[in-house]
Design a protein around this ligand. Structure first.
Ligand SMILES: Nc1ncnc2c1ncn2[C@@H]1O[C@H](COP(=O)(O)OP(=O)(O)OP(=O)(O)O)[C@@H](O)[C@H]1O
Length: 294
């Protein structure tokens, strides 16, 4: 069982932005979802774990090894798919992956070739292995990104906003691939999409303004709201009035009408129907709580 422990990690950029504030997380094998709105500090945290930047304070232990102090250890154990994978050169998928494998330290050429071809097969790009990567669609690029993250059999994989910009079919395909990668390594999925965490992750944390504001199992978060989420369809013009009287956790347009979800210990009025809460409800509920605290 692999174990990643973050203890009191903080990071302030030179412009004064406190991107990470005293973050504590314990993560073990399987998929872990890190959820939060844009600017919450997810990418900053992922880059810090990946050893691309140092925290100002705190420690990060992977299997008891301090990876801030021993940067080489994390490089060998880590696969990273950053939010922005960068430029795609005019070379084939096979050649690029082979090159990246060399950089990762896979020096035996026949073992390297075997691993590169096996990974291209795993991410369903074997047929396209001789095509230039720059001609790939967004979904193919992200699958290629996973193949490079898997080079060298890492124990920890970090994927940062991997499905942003993918169409629903590509997103589904990518998520299926992630869930196949295995339960024997730590996979951190950083995203602002509640649905991706709901579908893929048995454990999760929520970040907001640099802090971890919740950590646990999605199913526990959802059941903690049982009997307290109510739905009503209202006239769009009445929205402000409802906002004044109720703790609205979300509003959605359904066929041009406004459907509101309200948090309340008891039925707010006879026109409200109780809902089986979802992870979206929980996420919006705690985000609202943060707004009320601020
Ligand atoms: N290199 C940097 N220098 C200064 N400020 C930065 C830097 N990188 C990020 N920030 C700031 O730190 C905060 C957290 O950004 P970060 O990218 O970590 O958030 P995020 O949750 O990943 O959001 P997004 O999905 O939009 O990238 C933001 O206010 C951002 O503007």
């Amino acid at each position: 069982m692999n174990k990643l422990s973050l203890k009191n990690i903080s990071k302030t950029y030179s412009n004064g932005v406190k991107a990470i504030e005293k973050v504590n997380l314990d993560i073990s094998n399987g998929m872990f979802g890190l959820l939060g709105p844009n600017g919450a500090g997810k990418s900053s945290l992922m880059k810090t774990i990946a050893g691309l930047q140092r925290p100002d304070s705190g420690s990060i232990l992977l299997n008891e090894v301090d990876i801030v102090a021993d940067n080489d250890f994390v490089k060998k154990q880590l696969g990273f798919l950053p939010q922005d994978f960068g430029v795609y050169p005019k070379i084939s998928a096979y050649s690029l992956l082979n090159h990246l494998a060399t950089l990762k330290g896979l020096l035996d050429s026949s073992a390297r070739k075997e691993q590169v071809l096996a990974l291209l097969d795993k991410v369903n790009l074997y047929q396209q292995r001789n095509k230039d990567v720059y001609t790939f669609s967004g979904g193919m690029r992200q699958r290629f990104g996973i193949a490079q993250a898997l080079l060298g059999n890492p124990q920890l994989i970090i994927v940062d906003e991997p499905t942003a910009g993918l169409d629903p079919e590509e997103r589904n395909r990518f998520n299926n691939l992630l869930s196949e990668i295995g339960e024997d390594i730590v996979i951190i999925l950083s995203t602002h999409l509640v649905e991706d965490v709901k579908n893929l992750c048995p454990n999760m944390a929520v970040m907001h303004k640099g802090k971890v504001i919740a950590q646990g199992k999605p199913s526990h978060f959802v059941s903690s709201l049982a009997g307290t989420v109510w739905k009503k369809t209202i006239d769009k013009k009445a929205k402000t009035e409802y906002e004044q009287h109720f703790n609205i956790i979300s509003t959605t347009l359904v066929e041009g009408k406004l459907s509101i979800h309200v948090y309340a210990e008891e039925r707010p009025d006879s026109h409200f129907e109780v809902l089986a809460p979802t992870l979206e409800d929980y996420y919006f509920y705690i985000m609202n709580q943060q707004k009320q605290v601020a």
